[in-house]
Design a protein around this ligand. Sequence first.
Ligand code: FES
Length: 290
Amino acid sequence: MVDDIKILVVDDERVVIRSVEMVLKAEGYNIEGASSGKDAILKIEQHDYNLVLTDLNMPEMDGITLIRWLRQKKPEVGIVILTGYPSQETIKEALELGIIDYVPKPFTPAVLVDVTQRAVDWLRKQVSAEEEPKKEEFPPSMIEEIDRVIKQYRSRPGSSIPVLQRCQQIVGYLPPEVQKRVAKGLNLSPAEIHSIVSFYSFFTMKPRGDHNIRVCLGTACYVKRVEETLNKIKADLKIDVGDVTEDKKFSIEVVRCLGACGLAPVIVIDEETYGAMTPKKVTKILEEYA
Ligand code: FES
């Protein structure tokens, strides 16, 4: 159930607000729109929102200014950015401010729903972690190694990415407990660490199988019906996106663009790219890895 989640979408292009509303309302979300940063602040001051989806480039007040305001006044609100081609600097600033994730424009309904769902899951986990702190689930030797890495990098600026890379090598993935440990050790907020993990595709928050299948839900792949291939992979392997098969052989992830749009629809298994995918072809390919 997601109807308890209240979302505000902020964009100066009304067509963007309308399409986000249409897609997310169909999923059961409670959603409203604001056409400027100022309008958004007025609404946020009057109502409680769980999640704000905001554009970065807006006249009058840009998205970064709105995010800074949110961080100061409503730190509990989750933030996802909707963005076209922002400069590296802007993205870096947004990551440092602890956005949960981003949706690249133009977006497909599948990407929007996937990112929103993951952001909501993350927000819910934060709340339940505050209510009942979870016990560590990792062997003490792993925890010691993580702490050693944190200590080694602690005083170096810009150390979050190398620390997270080493932690992923140690644990195999970056679950919330590891992210929190890294955040605490590096004196950063959990939101900041989480946004780095969700931004860079080489990080994963879920365990991966021996063969990791990445299915592109970006625009070029989406219009060429990649969802049919994705559904076939899920049916063949009997798992959902984000899961690992019982024998730990396969895992499925969805991504926003694999940078091979000319080959759409595209999937990548481990490091191998497969273009012009169809449900029929994909079953044959999976059999080669079985
Ligand atoms: S949209 Fe699929 S590879 Fe770019």
